[in-house]
Ligand binder design. Sequence first.
Ligand SMILES: NC(=O)c1ccc[n+]([C@@H]2O[C@H](COP(=O)([O-])OP(=O)(O)OC[C@H]3O[C@@H](n4cnc5c(N)ncnc54)[C@H](OP(=O)(O)O)[C@@H]3O)[C@@H](O)[C@H]2O)c1
Length: 248
Amino acid sequence: MTATLTLITGADKGIGFETAMALAKLGQHVLLGSRHQDQGQQAVDKIRQAGYDAELVILDVTKQSDIDRAKATIDEKYGYLDVLINNAGIALDNHENAETLSTNVIRTEFDVNFFGTVSMIQAFIPLLKKSKSAKIINVSSNMGSLGLASDPNSRFYNVSSLGYQSSKAAVNFATITFAKELKDTHITVNSVNPGWTATSFGGRDVSQPVPQGMQSVHQGAQQIIKLASDPANELNGTFTENEGTLPW
Ligand SMILES: NC(=O)c1ccc[n+]([C@@H]2O[C@H](COP(=O)([O-])OP(=O)(O)OC[C@H]3O[C@@H](n4cnc5c(N)ncnc54)[C@H](OP(=O)(O)O)[C@@H]3O)[C@@H](O)[C@H]2O)c1
């Protein structure tokens, strides 16, 4: 049987790398996306040294030329793709007031989080259509939930990171739109919230103690791994986390 072929963006560290290692352990052939040759190759080597299968794909999701090249390379070598995990993401507006937040910062966040995700989906749909059972998993955030942000009883009610939050809300909209548009194909599209996770995300210093309530990287990757390895592949157009379903 051929191994499931899985492309993960931003997979040289953090939740993306944890997901790559776990899916490789489960027997998937991981195409590990990274913007950097050295950092990406080191991540691939770690997976190979552990005895599993992975290969490097140089990919900056804000560069259409990188996306086109990655697509052409995967098309030529394999001719299909089973799982696309849009994990690459950034957060630059660390709880700054929306009143003064630079729109350039917001644009940069949208470039990676939203336009990067949409560009990847558009580019890879033809290869996903050639798989027998394909998945698009968009790594979103509870910070992007409109339901939670507008609920006075939610801990997100008083959170304000307009660029990051709106870019992830837009990712969720892309999930809904593509899930509907592709519903008559065998491609499913879902959003996942990893939860607050101990990576270097948002510039966090990983050498610092892990604050109370922050999950391990292992925990943060679990729902992505669960969906990516689910043989049934029946969920479509959902927004979930380890604990269940989230409001959009
Ligand atoms: N950690 C959390 O608390 C948390 C909570 C909710 C959601 N998330 C989401 O989880 C995902 C993974 O985050 P993480 O915590 O693992 O953060 P991370 O450790 O900072 O990893 C982010 C990854 O994205 C890559 N990346 C950034 N810009 C990119 C671009 N233009 N093209 C391709 N790759 C790019 C980074 O590569 P470089 O090394 O090149 O920068 C890195 O590999 C993100 O989408 C984030 O929004 C995280």
